[in-house]
Design a protein around this ligand. Structure first.
Ligand SMILES: [Zn+2]
Length: 417
């Protein structure tokens, strides 16, 4: 049954008749009957009085808001029909509350990115430098300096530091950006900002939409929090900081000079060596994925596989490692030929993984790297500027490191220890 609340005793009879229903929620009196009985000239004037002086509700479990367990309020018969259709939905109050929680979550996730982007944006476009970037610059390590250099050199930022929306993500992929601690560190130091790999844009869109959609219903507390991002630029793009008093040409020259004059401590050499070995490891995993994509053979990873990859990395160059993957595939195909279809289907990857691990193949052939292999710009820089007389992908990583460090020593880059 529909119950009702009335705030004005003078129209209580009207509201009672208006909301009176049978057990199946059919109204007892027609609107026409009510118009006559209470001498209204139009439905509109009747509804104005009903709406102003109370509301109907159904105090039954299935028509309550599942969140606060309160009945929905309806002010006119047509609202009631809507509620019946959507009875399992949260009431408006609870809906707004849930939205506010999501807004805060989205805000907390995005605020760091928003502030980071705006710091660089304000510096480059409005000459407002909040941080002492020169101080940060002075303390950059070798790899950070080289990355800043190659980003400017290969990506040609415009005078505001904006980096290409298509080219820069490609650059990031080439550098295995999601595992690249140097790029992450540059972002943390607010010298570089990129949007790839973060769902920030979706969060910001959500905040913007909900803020205008629920304009008058959002609590003051939430509004105050959102005021933090008022006036900030939320339209992110990839951007690199331009050092104060520099343009990108002179900044690039400063970076180059700092790189050539860089003095490594022993610990820093160790870090550099770890970085290059990690890079090689990422490349081997990339080759593994490529083989999987091309041949449908998948390495089943375990400790022995990790060990094998380490071993390959130390012993062979990248082309030989690619050759090793491919000869493992061929050996697996050969072995699979002896099995029936069902066995093939279930054993395929196990056989491949075992052959890869055991490495009974004594001779390792070089294979040209797949066409989607892209060389790191950082490595190209090293090859071009230190006259190493060797190429990264043609050397086992340790040999490359040895040559490179010898060169650094010859160039006087190792500090006396
Ligand atoms: Zn509720």
């Amino acid at each position: 049954m529909i119950e009702f609340y009335c705030s004005n005793s003078e129209v209580k009879d009207l509201l009672e008749d208006y909301w009176k229903s049978d057990d199946a929620y059919n109204f007892i009196y027609t609107q026409k009957y009510l118009l006559n009985k209470y001498e209204f000239k139009s439905t509109a004037s009747l509804e104005a009085i009903v709406k102003k002086n109370g509301y109907g509700f159904v105090n039954e479990q299935k028509y309550l808001c599942p969140e606060c367990k309160q009945p929905h309020k309806f002010f006119l018969r047509k609202d009631f029909k809507d509620i019946l259709k959507r009875f399992s939905l949260n009431c408006n109050k609870c809906e707004v509350k849930a939205i506010e929680e999501k807004i805060i979550e989205a805000y907390n996730f995005s605020i760091g990115y928003i502030l980071d982007f705006n710091k660089i944006y304000n510096a480059n476009l409005n000459y407002q430098y909040d941080d002492d970037f020169y101080d940060i610059f002075e303390r950059l390590n070798y790899l950070e300096l080289v990355y800043l250099y190659v980003i400017i050199d290969r990506n040609n930022p415009n005078c505001f530091g904006k980096l290409g929306a298509k080219n820069f993500p490609l650059f990031l992929h080439e550098e295995f950006y999601s595992d690249n601690k140097v790029l992450q560190s540059l972002r943390k130091k607010r010298l570089l900002f990129y949007t790839l790999g973060t769902p920030t844009k979706d969060y910001i869109d959500f905040i913007n939409f909900s803020q205008s959609f629920y304009k008058n219903e959002i609590s003051v507390e939430t509004c105050n929090i959102l005021n933090e991002i008022k006036g900030k630029n939320l339209d992110f793009f990839n951007i690199i900081l331009r050092l104060q008093y520099f343009n990108f040409k002179s900044y690039k020259a400063l970076l180059f000079k700092s790189i050539l004059e860089y003095k490594f401590s022993l610990n820093e050499l160790e870090d550099l060596s770890v970085f290059l070995k990690d890079r090689r490891r990422s490349e081997v995993l990339f080759l593994s994925d490529t083989v999987e994509y091309n041949t449908n053979f998948k390495i089943l990873k375990d400790n022995a596989i990790d060990y094998k990859i380490e071993l390959l990395k130390d012993t062979y160059n990248l082309k030989e490692i690619y050759g090793y993957f491919n000869s493992s595939v061929n050996a697996s195909l050969y072995k699979l030929d002896t099995l029936n279809d069902i066995q093939r289907k279930y054993l395929k990857n196990n056989i491949y993984t075992n052959i890869f691990k055991s490495g009974t193949e004594k001779r390792v052939f070089k294979k040209d790297l797949p066409r989607n292999y892209r060389k790191s710009s950082l490595l190209k820089f090293i090859e071009e500027n230190y006259e190493l007389e060797c190429v990264w992908e043609d050397m086992p990583v340790n040999d490359f490191i040895k040559k490179f460090f010898n060169k650094l020593q010859l160039c006087g880059n190792l500090s006396e220890c």
